[in-house]
Write a protein that binds this ligand. Structure first.
Ligand SMILES: Nc1ncnc2c1ncn2[C@@H]1O[C@H](COP(=O)(O)OP(=O)(O)OP(=O)(O)O)[C@@H](O)[C@H]1O
Length: 259
């Protein structure tokens, strides 16, 4: 079941450095929310705080609240490993395990969660995940070949298959198309459109056309100055943010006047 995310008064630190300050936002379920803003404003940092990947870095921590359908992600009884299973992540560079077969790559998340599957269950999971990632037809006859033998765009879809194989509720995508050619980018964008019927999707992108094409909602982040923390300037329906934003900085950024 896809879930909504409610963030309140979130501050995100690297040691003493406050990287992102005071974020308040609701990310609706079963829709695509794009994070945009100039380099260094904290988009990726904020994204990683949404599945507790941020704290993997030594000294990194947050204060404030992140609720997923009312459950506090940072609550004392919340296991970060479980959080990362429920909230999957796809990175900028496709990162399949290169020597592992396509089949085993899809199941890699399951194995990390030390979930033992019968062969028939494993086969079903692999097919389902590859179909969801729009890759099944292209790889069904070479599942035992290494993941590294696929094109960049196919590798990224393999990573999406790996992320959905564990049946997460939310998918976080950090510039998932920035290393891909326009055709592979378009395939992934179509896929994002299909996946939102089942998942809540959050995507960081530098590409304004992409944000406008794929997202239902957009959040614009900015820096007040060098060394200052990043802040959420405004968020709302993508149509509104792109055509009639409340803040002049949002309009300037979208029109390419800075960043
Ligand atoms: N591992 C880290 N340790 C310390 N500071 C970091 C670390 N990663 C990022 N930062 C700092 O946090 C701030 C936000 O960085 P972040 O990468 O989240 O921004 P971004 O908006 O995603 O940038 P970009 O668009 O360039 O990817 C920056 O000042 C950055 O230097």
């Amino acid at each position: 079941m896809a879930k909504s995310i409610d963030v309140s008064d979130l501050n995100i630190y690297y040691g003493d450095f406050l990287a992102v300050e005071g974020v308040n936002i609701t990310i609706p379920a079963k829709s695509v929310t794009a994070f945009i803003g100039p380099s260094g404003c904290g988009k990726s940092t904020f994204l990683r705080s949404l599945n507790r990947m941020h704290e993997v870095i030594k000294g990194a921590h947050v204060d404030g609240k992140v609720l997923v359908d009312g459950n506090d992600l940072y609550g004392a009884d919340m296991d970060p490993v479980n959080v990362r299973r429920l909230i999957g992540m796809v990175f900028q560079r496709p990162n399949p395990f290169p020597t592992m077969s396509i089949y085993d790559n899809v199941l890699a998340g399951q194995k990390l969660n030390s979930k033992k599957l019968k062969k028939s269950e494993a086969d079903t999971t692999v097919e389902r995940a590859l179909r969801q990632a729009g890759l099944w037809a292209e790889v069904k006859d070479r599942l035992e070949r290494p993941g590294s033998g696929l094109s960049g765009g196919q590798q990224q879809r393999l990573c999406i298959a790996r992320a959905v194989a564990v049946q997460p509720e939310i998918l976080l995508m950090d510039e998932p198309c920035s290393a891909l050619d326009p055709i592979s980018t378009s395939v992934i964008e179509d896929l994002i459109h299909e996946l939102k019927t089942e998942y809540t999707i959050v995507i960081v992108t530098h590409n304004m056309q992409q944000a406008a094409r794929v997202s239902d909602d957009t959040a614009f982040f900015n820096l007040a100055g060098v060394g200052q923390p990043g802040k959420l300037v405004e968020s709302g329906r993508t149509e509104k943010i792109f055509s009639n934003p409340d803040n002049p900085a949002t309009e300037a950024y979208i029109q390419g006047r800075f960043g």
